[in-house]
Design a protein around this ligand. Structure first.
Ligand SMILES: [Zn+2]
Ligand SMILES: [Zn+2]
Length: 215
């Protein structure tokens, strides 16, 4: 992959980070820095928005992640992804809780710090660990929002995470296959294909076959 081209492609996409409710500034900055570092996308940090009360799940003191995702999609620029960050406990009607959730390929994701702190019986606050977990979940969900599915390779951030213990075993890294998939999906969204040729359009017919990247 040509690094200069990859860089141009990545810079054509933007991730809008939206704090939902009172989220500490460090959490937003950690998410932004990790997205820039590991996905290569520029980020913007929006001013906080209230957590939509319509997403509240009655009797559970939790918020419906699916409902929040639909809200996040509203008015979304075609070359942007949107990532909500919240301190509220997220769930899906069929799941007791989620660390985060995304519309796969739908360019919207949401993550929560609610369950990323230390477990009961352990020292109360290990903020370093909490932010590391937040970075992992945010990267995982942002890649889903781009359209990247789960991966079975050990250590890859796109593995399905069973809980905090499992999350802690993952490196902050995507495996080579997932990195390729991230580039391919980014190319599809930005119209710059990572093989180095523009996506064919009516006014821009298919590239000369001999110049295409071998697969
Ligand atoms: Zn996932
Ligand atoms: Zn992978």
């Amino acid at each position: 992959m040509d690094p200069a081209l990859l860089n141009r492609m990545n810079r054509s996409l933007r991730v809008e980070i939206i704090p939902l409710g009172r989220v500490d500034e460090v959490a937003g900055a950690v998410v932004a820095a990790n997205i820039q570092e590991f996905l290569g996308f520029p980020t913007t940090l929006a001013s906080p928005q209230p957590v939509p009360e319509e997403a509240h799940l009655p009797g559970r003191n939790q918020y419906d992640a699916g409902w929040i995702l639909k809200q996040l999609r509203r008015g979304l620029d075609p070359r942007a992804l949107r990532l909500g960050v919240t301190t509220r406990d997220l769930a899906l009607p069929i799941l007791t809780y989620v660390f985060g959730e995304a519309l796969v390929g739908g360019r919207a994701a949401v993550v929560s710090v609610f369950r990323l702190g230390t477990e009961p019986g352990q020292p109360r606050k290990d903020l370093g660990r909490l932010y590391e977990r937040l970075a992992k979940v945010a990267l995982h969900e942002t890649a889903h929002a781009l359209g990247v599915p789960h991966c079975r390779r050990s250590g890859c951030l796109m593995r399905f995470s069973y809980g905090l213990d499992h999350l802690d075993t993952l490196e902050i890294a995507f495996c080579p296959a997932c990195r390729e998939e991230i580039a391919r999906r980014t190319g599809a969204l930005t119209g710059i294909n990572y093989a180095g040729t523009p996506e064919p359009t009516d006014s821009n017919p298919s590239p000369v076959p001999g110049r295409q990247r071998p697969s």
